[in-house]
Design a binder for this molecule. Structure first.
Ligand SMILES: Nc1nc2c(ncn2[C@@H]2O[C@H](COP(=O)(O)OP(=O)(O)OP(=O)(O)O)[C@@H](O)[C@H]2O)c(=O)[nH]1
Ligand SMILES: [Mg+2]
Length: 468
């Protein structure tokens, strides 16, 4: 065995599999409210590419620890040989059916594992659990206890007093909430418990950090490409000169919006996959539809920029003017804000700029008509699209892998991320959006992608610094 092994043990149904899932960033592990979900030991290798970094073993819970400990005490020789007594217990009972769980989990520990003992602090310590801890002490292996909390009550004070007597280190770890940094902290703590694992753990932490940086970079590229592709998307239909164009409008618009949704969904799948959340069901309201009325659609009111910010961004020229306008209209009702916006915008109708693109008809040189929809003329749209992507990225890049089931993102309680952008950053984004709105050249499209990646990277780094 080259990579260090960490064996996660504890009583039945205390969150062992959840801890393994979050630590190993593996969403495929079975987690369930039913006790006895894990019946056999499962090894999970934490790897990046071909490189195996660490091994975690998920185990079944102890079922008859008091009887096991009683047998061990009856057969004790002297303190230095307690581990041999534990082995002798397994050897004797392996073939029988009195202690299947114990015989399954103990060998992984005795064969060189570091113990992570998981307790649920919403219940007080029990006699059974004291027996488990004593058995673990007899193995002589390095060990750490993890305080997990499944229910609402908190007995962590009582637990600490007990755990300090049996374990080299006690740490709190919420398997259902821990983010990347908390995961790293726990891995570092494991190096304190088992010094021989410190080198591999430090290497693993370094590889995980680089991997996360790479995944974030790729996410910014995915988002930048999506935004550019969606905003510059057009759909066209050629018709003979004598054809009546009206019946062709709606199908063309439907195709256009279907394509936008498909592009967004592909990008979202990629973001989920990059952070190992491919299986997570994440629901969001649908993006635009043919007949969306932007003023009535609730989705548009809580994502993207606020009306005030939207007016201030790019309608006025430059960041300074935007700042002044922000102050001038701050707190006024939407109508008043819109009027100010329209006035500052130099006559361009701000209301008109909020509608979704209409199908336009043009004559074409060799005869006939060309129906075209796009590029996206709506000024709010890129901000909503960007907000949706960032909400998802923020979510999948932070969520622990013990999380299961359905998640609703972007509901009415969703916090906007883009509205937290500094005005100067907002204006730089708006410059890119404006360029795409008017129909960008190939060179401009390339510039837009690079610029967006750079802006997203800068925003993320600033935020990380702020939250550190
Ligand atoms: N709220 C909350 N629930 C948790 C937490 N950890 C685990 N659970 C829930 O507790 C239940 C048991 O979790 P598992 O991870 O399957 O526990 P286990 O110890 O592996 O269980 P067995 O394999 O049956 O021994 C599941 O319903 C989890 O969702 C936690 O930190 N917070
Ligand atoms: Mg389990």
């Amino acid at each position: 065995m080259t990579e260090p092994r960490f064996v996660v043990v504890g009583h039945v149904n205390r969150g062992k599999s959840s801890v393994v899932s979050t630590l190993a960033a593996d969403a495929s592990i079975d987690i369930d409210a039913m006790p006895g979900t894990t019946q056999r030991c499962h090894r999970y290798r934490m790897s990046v590419g071909e490189q195996v970094l660490l091994e975690f073993v998920d185990t079944p819970g102890f079922e008859r620890p008091r009887q096991m400990l009683a047998w061990m005490r009856d057969h004790e020789t002297h303190t230095a040989e307690r581990a041999q007594v534990v082995w002798a217990f397994v050897d004797l009972h392996r073939a029988g059916d009195a202690f299947p769980q114990e015989c399954e989990l103990i060998p992984s520990i005795l064969e060189g594992g570091t113990i992570l003992y998981v307790v649920d602090v919403s219940r007080p310590p029990s006699i059974k659990e004291e027996a488990e801890m004593e058995i673990l002490r007899w193995t002589g292996r390095p060990r750490m206890a993890i305080l997990n909390r499944i229910g609402t009550r908190d007995h962590s004070g009582a637990w600490r007093v007990v755990l300090d007597q049996y374990f080299n280190l006690v740490r709190t770890f919420d398997a259902q909430r821990a983010d990347f940094d908390e995961r790293i902290k726990l891995l570092r703590a494991l190096g304190e418990v088992n010094e021989s694992a410190r080198g591999p753990l430090d290497r693993a932490i370094g590889v995980l950090k680089t991997d996360r940086r790479d995944n974030l970079s790729e996410s910014f590229t995915v988002i930048a490409h999506l935004v550019v592709e969606v905003l510059s998307l057009t759909k066209q239909k050629r018709l003979p000169v004598e054809a009546e164009p009206r019946p062709y409008r709606e199908p063309l618009a439907t195709k256009y919006f279907d394509r936008i949704r498909a592009l967004e969904s592909q990008a979202q799948d990629r973001l989920k996959e990059l952070f190992g959340h491919g299986r997570l069901q994440i629901e969001q309201d649908q993006l635009a539809q043919v007949d969306d009325d932007l003023f009535n659609l609730s989705l548009w009111n809580h994502l993207g920029l606020t009306s005030t910010q939207l007016i201030a961004t790019g309608t006025a020229t430059g960041a300074a003017a935007g700042g002044v306008l922000d102050l001038a209209v701050g707190g006024t009702a939407l109508g008043a804000a819109a009027l100010v916006g329209a006035a500052v915008g130099g006559g361009a109708s701000w209301y008109a700029s909020r509608s979704l693109p209409k199908v336009k008809i043009r004559g074409i040189p060799l005869g006939g008509q060309l129906l075209q929809i796009g590029p996206m003329s709506n000024r709010e749209f890129p901000w909503v699209l960007l907000d949706r992507c960032l909400l998802l990225l923020d979510f999948v890049s932070r969520q622990p892998h013990a999380l299961r089931g359905h998640v609703q993102l972007g509901g009415s309680e969703a916090r906007r991320l883009v509205s937290g952008f500094a005005p100067s950053l907002r204006n730089r984004f708006e410059r890119v959006f404006r360029c795409l709105r008017k129909g960008a050249s190939i060179e401009e499209v390339e510039w837009a992608k690079i610029e967006l990646v750079e802006l997203l990277q800068a925003w993320w780094e600033d935020r990380e610094i702020d939250s550190a």
